[in-house]
Each structure stands twice: as C-alpha cells, then as structure tokens.
Design a protein around this ligand. Structure first.
Ligand code: ZN
Length: 326
C-alpha cells in the first residue's frame, strides 16, 4: 500500500514527461576517431558533473555529453581568460593578456618547430586567442592570420596587436586559397569536433603543408599517475583528451603523415603555475591564501620553463600526392 500523497492525473503526467526527458538522452555515442559505440560501461571518471569515457576501440578519452554551439559564448566569455580573485577553481587562465611575454616566448619556440618559413608562406592559427602567436609568426616572415571563438580575445588581437584574427568557428571560416601551415596550439582539447577540424585542416592545406597540434597526453606518466586529478582533465572546457596513440591515429585516418611527436617544455609564470596547481589539490582556505600570496608576489611574475612530459606537440604533413582541391 502506498502511504502519503497520492498522484493526481496531472502530476503523474508531469512525472512521465520528466522520465521521458531523462530517457530521451542517448545512452550511447560513437567515438569520433574509430566509430566504436561508447556507452555507460565506458565511463572512467565523473568530474565536475561530467561523465568522461574511454573508447574500447582506440582508447580515445572524451566527455560523453558535449556542449552545444549555443554554450560556446558563455564557456569562452571573458571569465575564461581572466579569473576573479575570489575564484579558486584553478580553471581557465589567471590573466591571459598579462602573460603576454610568456605567450610570445612560447610562440617563438613553436615557430621553430615548424622550421623555416618560405617567404610569404601562409599560416592559419586555429584557436588563436588574442593573437600572440599570429603576431610572432608575422614577425618571423609568415603571412599569418588566426580564428577564435572568443570575440573579446579576437578583438584584442585586432585592436591592440594589429593582427588578423577572425571571431568564429574554424569550420565556418572562409579560406579562399590553400595555406602552407595550420596550427592548433592547446586548441583541439576544446573542440566539439576535433576530427572535423583535422579534416578541415587537411582540406585547407596545400599538398606538403604542415599541421601542428599541441595538446595534453593523457597516457603520459603524469596523466596516468594523477588520474582524475590531472591538471588538464577539466571537462568544463576540455572535451577530448588525446594521447600519443589516439592523436596520430586521428591524423592518419584523415590522410596526414605524422612527421614528429615530442613532449616539449613551455614557459609559464610562477603565478599561473600556482593557480593551476589548485586543480590537483584538495581545496582549502589555507591553500587559497597561499596561492593568492604567490600570485601577488614578485616571484609570481617570474617565468620558468616547465616540462611534465604530459603535453605533446605533433607535426603532421599533408602528402604531396594528396589532391589540391580545398
Ligand atoms: Zn575510438
């Protein structure tokens, strides 16, 4: 016997509608690299309210429920690039633009990975943010432009750095003629459609052109040891967690030849590192005060090279034999 409030026909129909909504969500999805069906049995972590799955076919790790396009503006609004002092989540950037000199230093090192640019060679930087890499690429002799979903960042690049950064999605960007290089620095983990982006890069590259990607390597030692506390496992902003196996696999399936895969060092400010360390530790007021004191100190502004060997840079080439049609 049921004790308590009886359901009226109306509340029963509301309940049925709620159940229908819950069960209308697909319980399974498909891996974008190898098309294997991925479901509840493949969930490896639940973090920040998101299920993270590992494909049994190829090992790709990804957020099972991706944000839709309407959420992008909110996700990459100003707060992603500049954190409030009170925000101790360790997500996003502390102050992206204030770290300009580190961005420039990293940009020059990344340009070196592309080797010498021929005179007037064209480069497209996807996920360009404020355009520091585009600025340095132009200084190195490339005819460079960028694209980014954040209008705030793209506008900064246009207004303050005088570089060509378009606001929008790479897959909707007009590209009139094929380019010599496409770069995606710390971008592909944010993408909703990384395979679509890799295929678009293939289409817009000249035969022989290079695609450079940097992203986390979840199968690195640090990635495996930290598990769900890995500093790059931040599913509010990161949707795909590639590895030294899954990223080359995605590139080869799109027709690329993988030329190089390395775990390079990058330069960061001490303050940024303290901010990011919070994602890996149990939060407390003492920790927050300690991090705030480092960020505000002179030491917080110092730049240091860091290599945890958990971020990989992959250089891939569109074969010379590939068709030239964009
Ligand atoms: Zn797969």
């Amino acid at each position: 016997m049921c004790i308590g409030k009886s359901h009226t026909p109306e509340s029963a129909s509301k309940l049925a509608a709620k159940i229908a909504v819950v069960y209308a969500k697909p319980a399974t999805t498909h891996c974008c690299v190898c098309s294997t069906e991925v479901g509840a049995a493949d969930v490896v972590w639940r973090k920040d309210g998101f299920d993270i799955v590992r494909c049994a076919g190829c090992g790709l790790v990804f957020r099972s429920d991706l944000p839709d396009d309407s959420e992008i503006a909110q996700i990459y609004g100003g707060e992603y690039f500049t954190r409030d002092e009170q925000d101790s989540s360790g997500q996003g950037y502390l102050d992206y633009v204030a770290d300009a000199e580190n961005h420039r230093l990293n940009a020059r090192r990344r340009l070196a990975a592309l080797r010498a640019a021929p005179d007037g060679a064209e480069l497209l930087d996807v996920g360009a943010a404020a355009g520091f890499f585009v600025e340095q690429a132009v200084a190195a002799g490339w005819k460079a432009r960028g694209v980014d979903v954040s209008d705030e960042m793209a506008a900064y690049g246009r207004d303050e750095l005088s570089v060509d950064v378009t606001t929008g999605l790479f897959q909707k960007l007009e590209v009139d003629s094929q380019v010599d290089a496409v770069t995606m620095w710390d971008y592909i983990e944010h993408s909703h459609d990384p395979v679509g982006d890799i295929e678009r890069a293939f289409a817009v590259l000249k035969p022989g052109g290079l695609l450079a990607i940097s992203t986390g390597d979840i199968d690195s030692l640090v990635g495996r040891l930290s598990g769900r506390r890995w500093h790059l496992l931040t599913p509010r902003h990161h949707n795909f967690f590639f590895s030294r196996n899954t990223l080359p696999e995605a590139l080869r399936r799109a027709g690329f030849e993988v030329v190089e895969l390395r775990h390079r060092a990058y330069w960061f400010s001490v303050g940024y590192l303290a901010h990011k360390t919070r994602t890996m530790l149990t939060r407390s007021r003492v920790l927050d005060r300690f991090v705030a004191s480092i960020v505000d100190s002179r030491a917080g502004g110092l730049s240091v090279p860091v290599n945890l060997f958990d971020v990989m840079t992959v250089i891939a080439r569109k074969p010379l034999s590939a068709g030239a049609a964009a």
